[in-house]
Design a protein around this ligand. Structure first.
Ligand SMILES: Cc1cc2nc3c(=O)[nH]c(=O)nc-3n(C[C@H](O)[C@H](O)[C@H](O)COP(=O)(O)O)c2cc1C
Length: 293
């Protein structure tokens, strides 16, 4: 990069930092408005451009070479003991995608926590191997989620768009085992990634909360009433782009968070009384120790 441009970028970032537009003192809540993130290199630039496409994608196919690059990247994510306790099912049939997760794109990757490959390997060598416990499930869940985010970053770096969705947990979850031929035991569909091209450009990129309440220094700091009021204000500020919808005021809400807790999260206001299907299927998959279920 030309030295002149580099210096100007550095000065601009220094000014932003100095005025606290990008970083503010510890203890203050802040929202990072989209576009105000410092960009230092190609990786950070790609991370800065991460965004979700909500809804269906066009039917334009993504190049096979891009898909392979994404699959190569996704398995590079850190994973406990390098055991890669997941399986990724690549789906290109749009009707099947719709049935699996409620969305359609050029390609769907279904990420499952899965110990069946390792079980088969252990069996082939006559070793005992029992992954049926919550520690296995949580650890593998972490492996799986790191893999999906890595794929999303890779996709964005190639100019593709994506949607990470838990749509596969909506409705009757048992359909996943039928649609994808999943093993009943020690396999659990966790998250899905749609890849492709958007039908229209999103109006703006979402902002994020950072600072107090999100980042804690040295020890956990409960939110003070002042910080709660500040965060509520950040959500209300249309320029911070933290809200899922823009017209929450038209729906009679004083604050965006009023809409979030009453309209969007309707049904979460009372504690769960009955066992959820998710938990029933988790027990069926063998990850819940009998004494815990
Ligand atoms: C676990 C998980 C489930 C999600 N499910 C959906 C979904 O079903 N539909 C959707 O449109 N977005 C879904 N999203 C995307 C989020 O809504 C999105 O990441 C968030 O609004 C922030 O927007 P951004 O990714 O564009 O910054 C999901 C994201 C995650 C991590």
């Amino acid at each position: 990069m030309d030295e002149h441009i580099r210096r100007r970028r550095f000065c601009r970032q220094s000014v932003l930092l100095g005025t606290g537009l990008v970083l503010s003192g510890a203890g203050r809540t802040r929202a990072v408005a989209p576009g105000n993130e410092p960009s230092a290199n190609g990786t950070l630039e790609t991370i800065g451009r991460l965004r979700t496409i909500h809804g269906n994608f066009t039917d334009q196919a993504i190049p096979e070479s891009d898909l392979q690059t994404i699959l190569d990247a996704t398995v590079r994510a850190a994973n406990a003991s390098n055991m890669q306790t997941y399986s990724i099912i690549v789906v290109k049939d749009r009707a099947k995608m719709q049935a699996v997760c409620g969305y359609q794109a050029s390609c769907l990757l279904v990420y499952c926590v899965d110990h069946n490959r390792l079980k088969a390997l252990a069996q082939s060598l006559d070793h005992p191997y029992h992954p049926g416990n919550m520690v296995s499930f949580i650890t593998s869940g972490i492996n799986t989620i790191l893999a999906v985010q890595t794929a999303a970053i890779a996709a964005r770096s190639l100019g593709l768009d994506y949607l990470i969705t838990n749509g596969l947990h909506r409705g009757d979850m048992r359909r996943q085992w039928g649609l994808l031929d999943l093993p009943e035991e020690h396999c659990y569909p966790l998250i899905a990634l749609l890849l492709g091209y958007p039908t229209q450009e999103p109006a703006h990129k979402k902002g994020r909360l950072s600072g107090a309440g999100v980042i804690h220094h040295e020890k956990y700091q409960p939110l003070t009433p002042e910080q709660a009021a500040e965060i509520t204000k950040q959500y209300d500020d249309p320029n911070s782009h933290l809200a899922l919808i823009d017209n929450w005021k038209d729906q009679g809400h004083k604050h965006y968070l009023d809409w979030l807790f009453t309209a969007w999260l309707r049904g979460s206001e009372t504690p769960t009384e009955r066992e959820t299907q998710m938990f029933t299927l988790l027990k069926r998959s063998g990850y819940v120790e009998p004494q815990a279920g």
